[in-house]
Design a protein around this ligand. Structure first.
Ligand code: AR6
Length: 179
């Protein structure tokens, strides 16, 4: 585990593990615009949290339409320890601009703030099925945390959850450069 001070009173922790096991007020999902939760983080969230998360997601899309790339939507978290799932839509690399990762991260953190939460856990958005390289995703994520952190009053703890050592090492390097 590696911890940085993102702003006075706001910490960002990088950890290795399964995001669905984390204790945070909100877990961020690496979602697609239709909130159809297939594999990766999304699949794990529905498997562990329950199918109600998928149903609530469909209802959200029926009401509001698809979530734009870089945007977020909120549902309950079913049986997960978290109170909410914040579904953040990252870009598909080679199709949409990689910079949208930063937008998705910043919007997810600011949504947690708006919900009055103290802690939020994020995965490495777009680096799995959406095919973005860890290096760029890590830099964009670190820069997005730096932009969001000074504006936070409720959120005190941001956790970035990496799945495996390679992702972890790359994100730690990027965060050391930014913080
Ligand atoms: N906990 C933490 N990280 C994980 C977990 C987990 N349980 N499982 C995978 N990862 P991905 P994307 C890592 O594919 O690239 C879905 O079908 C994984 O190693 O979950 O944004 C959605 O419905 C990778 O580093 O998200 C979308 O259609 C990172 O999490 C699409 O995939 C993100 O991988 C989104 O693709």
């Amino acid at each position: 585990m590696e911890r940085f001070e993102a702003a006075p009173g706001v910490s960002v922790e990088l950890v290795v593990g399964d995001i669905t096991e984390l204790e945070a007020d909100a877990i961020v999902n690496a979602a697609n615009s239709y909130l159809e939760h297939g594999g990766g983080v999304a699949g794990a969230i529905v498997r562990k949290g329950g199918y109600e998360i998928q149903e609530e997601s469909r209802e959200w899309v029926r009401r509001h339409g698809p979530v734009p790339v870089g945007g977020v939507a909120v549902t309950g978290a079913g049986r997960l320890k978290a109170k909410y799932v914040i579904h953040a839509v990252g870009p598909r690399c080679g199709v949409e601009p990689v910079e949208k990762i930063g937008e998705a991260v910043e919007n997810a953190i600011m949504k947690a703030e708006e919900l009055g939460l103290r802690s939020v856990a994020l995965p490495a958005i777009s680096t799995g099925i959406f095919g973005c390289p860890y290096g760029e995703a890590a830099r964009l994520t670190a820069e997005a945390v730096r932009r969001a952190a000074p504006r936070l009053k409720n959120v005190k703890r941001i956790i970035v959850c990496l799945y495996g050592e390679e992702a972890y090492r790359t994100y730690v390097e990027a965060f050391r450069r930014v913080f």
